[in-house]
Design a protein. Structure first.
Lengths: 579, 274
């Protein structure tokens, strides 16, 4: 197999994979610390999935409700995650999110304003007070554009529409990455002593998802292959309200802001069914609870015409709806021909977010592989078993910043920088071109679709031993098929080839989800085992950790560090949820 | 906590999926003609595909179905499929649009749906164009600089103009349709284009911004070249009133600042209206 006689090589101190909120925040911080930074992203700059975040960014700034505090944010986050969270991350997150709001405003973010000239904040499920800083229902776009503009002003070097296919190691430590240009198909090598994985989630492993095509679990798979550990992969968040109809938009997100602004959930009998599942918090219960409730209503025959629940905000004045939920109004008008100021929406759970991910240290976002860091959705820990709405955007900037700073300091402190080994570079290029070499082989889109359907069917909202075992069985042929997918045509912007490479990552990470879900024999937060319906005190003491050893995925429980007394005390002084 | 084991068919499973898919079938097909070609091929060639129509289908669905089942090396750029990212800009039946936001059923289905790449930017392959020129323009714009001479306190009415500008999803459809850019061949003139007038206006309208971009818009931005035909406003999928709320106010500020001798005398230092 031939190697490109000349491939381009680029040098920097910090490589960031992904240009969403976490990646850009990391890059900004690393530049500020004096590092030369390279961002590599699969799409154009400014298109990352962060833009799809709608409702807001949680930060206890207390602008609207001065009773809020970092302690209460910490408590809510831990309770929402059913105490499986990395408590140190939850603490740092709650303490540092407010200063990130200030940073974003200093860089030009224009958040909605409160009546006394501060930032407006709205309530969301699981948050005790009005805590989400917002821009209507397009907060993610505001975050991305602000960080993008800041990064451009700092002259950040970005490789848009490039895919990283391999992390390069030397003596067990990071020395660079290899990948290709999606547009022209050229192979490239980037050298650096640090890599930050900020590549987002895994939604595209499932057939019904709110995630864009990018969420194929690349970052998690690259980290696993490089020797990093993944944690809590069984915890996949099914957002309770995805669109159901028409078929074209199935799975697209309906923001939790609809419920936060007063939206009501009903079944085909007109019952506000949340009364049966969480009478206290009702529609603003945590996402795992609402998702299971809608699921159960539909399963028991009380669904809407297209198999969902009704979500209505039509009891509110039309101008209120258009002002508070402008993009939802348009989304339903344009795609479903439904006027939400007059009619209810139909909603059903959609694969939205993975709480699990690369296992990192709280302070530095460092993994167990020297020079490798992870932040944002790609990393695990902050959210425990279930993420609260609004805690993702704040996660991105808090831990993006920490990852950028730590990586920059590590890189600038390195005295020797070994080059990647030529044999590794050649291997990376061969793996990249392998789909073109196969004479026969499957269409990668078909394998991807089969994987997605299998995961939706067997590893969805409710799980049990039989279904998970079946999933593992069904995964075996999918693994073989994914290894033999073929690409036709040229290397020029070839989606068949790109998918051929991406689907290998997806299959690998699907396996970590299944084995983790099999291991955790309890129901906790987003992980619902119908054969183990109770929450186990014992299993609160462990995280599920997957590793790749000689190419095989292994899974084991790892003991958690006990909560220190001062944080336990914070959790104890529980503040009542206002009704 | 649930205690009973739901029956097998209660899982989100094939039964429900098949039922929904069946419900979505219309029994009709549509013809899609896609303009394909590789880099440098401005004219391209038209290929015709037949796709089964399902309920609510948008043009991007049709193109992705063609890619998945008929022409796997079809190049198309997309991300969110919810009109929030602006990646899937193209020209459908001659009009610049987001493919994800264009419902097939809104057309006369007896006629083929014609899809071609944005014509203002050079083609990379099929429906994908090289929009890097826009990113280079963006780098020129004077960045936000926070004011330090007043407390960080302002109200919703103060930010509404800026927020409208910040709804832009950078699909570049306004750049595509803009006649100053569209008929300029590969070499773009000294002209930022509507997208970057919007971006500049979003910064200039920020109540806490200490900079002013009026000089830049007049000189390298070439805002004078715009003769306000409002084509950009018409194609904007985010509904931004580009001409009325961004370009005209910025043009007026340019006139005030540079061409009105009386006002120039009393112009505040940063050129902004208070």
């Amino acid at each position: 197999m031939a190697t490109d006689s000349e491939y381009s090589t680029f040098e920097s101190d910090v490589i960031v994979i992904g240009a969403g909120g976490a990646g850009l925040r990391a890059a900004i911080e690393a530049i500020g610390a004096g590092a030369r930074v390279t961002v590599i992203c699969k799409s154009l700059l400014g298109k990352a999935h962060t833009i799809m975040a709608e409702g807001g960014m949680a930060a206890a700034v207390g602008s609207v409700d001065p009773r809020d505090s970092w302690q209460q944010h910490f408590r809510d986050t831990m309770f929402g995650g059913k105490y499986l969270n990395n408590w140190r991350m939850a603490e740092l997150h709650a303490k540092e999110a407010p200063s990130e709001i200030v940073n974003l405003e200093q860089w030009g973010a224009v958040f909605d304003r409160s009546d006394d000239g501060g930032v407006m904040q709205r309530i969301f499920g699981g948050h005790t007070y009005q805590r989400l800083v917002q821009v209507g229902d397009r907060t993610g776009l505001e975050l991305i554009r602000t960080l993008q503009d800041r990064a451009v002003a700092l002259k950040l070097r970005v490789f848009m529409e490039h895919t990283v296919t391999k992390l390069l190691l030397r003596d067990g430590a990071i020395c660079g990455v290899a990948g290709y240009e999606r547009e022209w198909g050229k192979f490239k090598v980037w050298k650096a002593p640090t890599v930050i994985i900020a590549s987002g989630g895994i939604g595209r492993i499932y057939s019904v998802t709110s995630n864009s095509w990018e969420g194929t679990a690349d970052g998690q798979a690259l980290a696993l292959e490089a020797g990093a550990e993944l944690m809590d992969m069984e915890f996949v968040q099914f957002h309770p309200t995805g669109m159901v109809w028409p078929q074209s938009v199935r799975g697209i997100l309906v923001t939790e802001a609809v419920r936060a602004e007063g939206g009501l959930l009903t079944n085909s009998k007109g019952e506000r069914f949340m009364e049966r599942y969480d009478p206290k918090r009702m529609e603003l219960s945590t996402r795992d609870v609402v998702a299971r409730s809608i699921y159960t209503e539909v399963a028991e025959g009380r669904g809407s015409p297209h198999g969902g629940a009704f979500l209505s905000i039509a009891h509110k004045p039309a101008d209120f709806i258009k002002r508070k939920l402008p993009s939802m109004y348009e989304q339903f008008m344009e795609f479903a021909k439904v006027d939400i100021t007059k009619e209810p929406m139909e909603v059903y759970p959609t694969t939205h977010y993975v709480m699990g991910g690369v296992r990192v240290e709280a302070e530095t976002a460092a993994t167990n592989v020297p020079g490798l860091y992870a932040a944002g959705e790609a990393a695990a820990g902050l959210h425990g078993g279930n993420r609260l709405g609004g805690n993702s955007l704040s996660d991105l900037v808090v831990f993006g910043r920490r990852a950028g700073l730590a990586a920059a300091q590590y890189a600038l402190g390195r005295t020797s920088r070994p080059d990647p080994e030529m044999s590794e570079i050649i291997k990376a290029e061969q793996e990249m071109l392998q789909p073109f070499e196969l004479e026969t082989g499957e269409n990668p889109f078909t394998v991807q679709e089969d994987l997605q359907n299998m995961m939706m069917l067997y590893v969805g909202v409710f799980r049990d031993e039989a279904r998970l075992t079946k999933a593992l069985e069904l995964l075996e042929p999918l693994k073989e098929r994914a290894a033999r997918v073929r690409a036709a045509g040229s290397r020029l912007y070839n989606a068949m080839w790109h998918t051929a490479l991406d689907v290998k990552h997806s299959v690998r990470i699907a396996e970590t989800i299944i084995v983790s879900a099999l291991l955790r024999k309890e129901s906790r937060a987003a992980h619902s085992r119908v054969d183990y319906p109770q929450t186990s005190d014992e299993l609160q003491k462990v995280n599920t950790v997957t590793r790749s050893i000689d190419g095989a995925v292994t899974v084991a429980y790892v003991e958690r560090t006990p909560l220190p007394a001062e944080l336990a005390a914070v959790i104890e002084e529980k503040v009542e949820v206002p009704t | 906590m649930r205690t009973e084991d739901p029956q097998a068919e209660r899982y989100e499973g094939s039964v429900r999926d098949d039922a929904l898919r069946a419900q979505a079938q219309t029994g009709k097909t549509i013809t899609v003609r896609i303009n394909r070609g590789e880099a440098g091929d401005r004219v391209g060639h038209w290929e015709t595909f037949t796709v089964e129509l399902f309920s609510g289908m948008v043009v991007l669905d049709a193109v992705l179905l063609v890619q998945a089942k008929q022409a796997p090396d079809m190049a198309v750029r997309w991300n969110c499929k919810a009109a929030k990212c602006g990646s899937c800009a193209a020209e459908v039946n001659g009009r610049p649009r987001l493919m994800c936001k264009t419902r097939v059923e809104d057309f006369d289905l007896a006629q083929p749906v014609l899809v071609q790449p944005m014509q203002t930017f050079p083609r990379i392959k099929d429906l994908v164009t090289d929009v890097s020129w826009n990113y280079r323009v963006n780098e020129k714009i004077v960045p936000f600089k926070p004011r330090t001479d007043r407390p960080w306190k302002f109200y919703q009415k103060d930010v509404e103009k800026a927020q409208e500008m910040r709804e832009c999803i950078e699909c570049f459809l306004c750049q595509d349709v803009c006649h100053v850019l569209r008929y300029s061949d590969e070499d773009k003139p000294q002209f930022f284009g509507p997208r970057f007038f919007v971006r500049s206006a979003g910064l200039d309208f920020h109540p806490m911004d200490a900079e002013d971009r009026v000089g830049q818009l007049r000189a390298e931005g070439g805002i004078g070249l715009c003769n306000i035909t409002k084509c950009c406003t018409e194609v904007c999928p985010a509904g931004i009133h580009i001409t009325d709320n961004a370009i005209i106010p910025e043009k007026e500020r340019v006139v005030d600042a540079f061409d009105d001798p009386l006002r120039a005398l009393f112009r505040p230092k940063n050129g902004k209206a208070e």
